[in-house]
Write a protein of this length. Sequence first.
Length: 364
Amino acid sequence: MNAQERWWSLREWRLERKLHVTKTREALALLGAIFAAIVVSSFLILLTGVGIAEGLNALVQGAVGSRRATLETLVQATPLIFTGLAAAVAFRARLWNIGGEGQFFAGAMGTFWVAHTFGGLPAVLLIPASLLGAAALGAAWGGIAGFLRARYETNEILVTVMLNFISILILSYLLSDLWRDPDTYYYHSEHISDSAFLPRLVGNNRLHWGFVIALVVVVIVQLLLTKTPLGFEIRALGINRNAANYKGISIPVTTVTVMAISGALAGLAGFSEIAGIHHRLQLDISGGYGFTGIIIALLGRLHPFGVVVAAIGFGALVNGSTNMQIATGIPAALVHVIQGLALVFVLVTAVAVRYRIRRVAHSG
């Protein structure tokens, strides 16, 4: 078969979305993906000379094996809920915001500026002000991409990726000059005022009120998407832009609004990490939360409550994998491979359940 014949052969097949997929089938597919990930991960663990039972037990113990481990899983999930929501809102409107990482850093910078500048305020004022500062700067950073898309039809993927680099470079400059802690050689800022710290939820554990704020924001986003005119416009934009325009929806205004909301949500992740965990700015405050948020949104099927489940699941996987590395001596690289495999299996299964390859009949 020559190249032209192979090309025409491929044209006979088309990937199309299934009209209806039952919840039972989706649940079974998810369980199958998890089982496949466990089987493959077990094989990889076995190759390192560690027993499968020992490795998997260490993973479970690190994720939910104790009260402290469970709370730490929720700590890991908190910023992922925010960045997952950010991606979900944008993707529902078919706006591909890949800039969650840059918007995260923008929110972190907004948090630090407010907390550092107005550090004398009491906590009841300073914490909400820091939250608003993070949301505002994150919204502005996302709004730039939205404006360029609405005004000039600029590809938002390229713009948001470039804004990621710009945000990190701005932070790097600030930490090397204006905001650098004069008492250290490291590139980080001074600690923010104690009154800007988010209180702990449970004793001396690291879980803080940022997790509660994240859950409140989840409910707000759900109500926004399902009970408001803006939510209808977002969903209409995602289904059919031409039809939305025909119905009188202003696509440019909705585009900018959606990207600003998405940026604000990612900015809140920066707020939760600064006010709840690190209490100062540094270049390594993000563990790739902005990019991971995209995966969280897809795993959660772009639904706010689904994002919560996916974020907690991924937090459990991260904590469990870290404990497995410490307890068994499994190489760090293999830990990342196991995390990636689990996500790949789940995502591939989700696509396989919702789509099918169909042969296209040609007339004549």
